[in-house]
Design a protein around this ligand. Sequence first.
Ligand SMILES: [Zn+2]
Length: 99
Amino acid sequence: MATCPQCNANASILKRDLVSGVCSRCRNSAPAVRLGIGSIALIFLAVVFANRITEPSQPASVSSEEIRELRLTVQAQTLMIKKLQSLLGNPLDSPHSDD
Ligand SMILES: [Zn+2]
């Protein structure tokens, strides 16, 4: 049998407070504990709402400069593929030669 940490009386787990572990008698005589849990819940809710507000802005954070860099990377890789194809002497998708 578990005991209450405040009054050392035998108290079942069902009658004890889940957070502080005190029995229902001690919990009722200590409203400050409830207030603390309430404020923690409020802080938790505030954090959850703050995360929901900041989340949608993340996908829109891709700047036009980043898109330009990606385009240059694609162009460079396309040129590299063309060079490799000409080195192989077997162009796969260029019916007309660039020379
Ligand atoms: Zn107690």
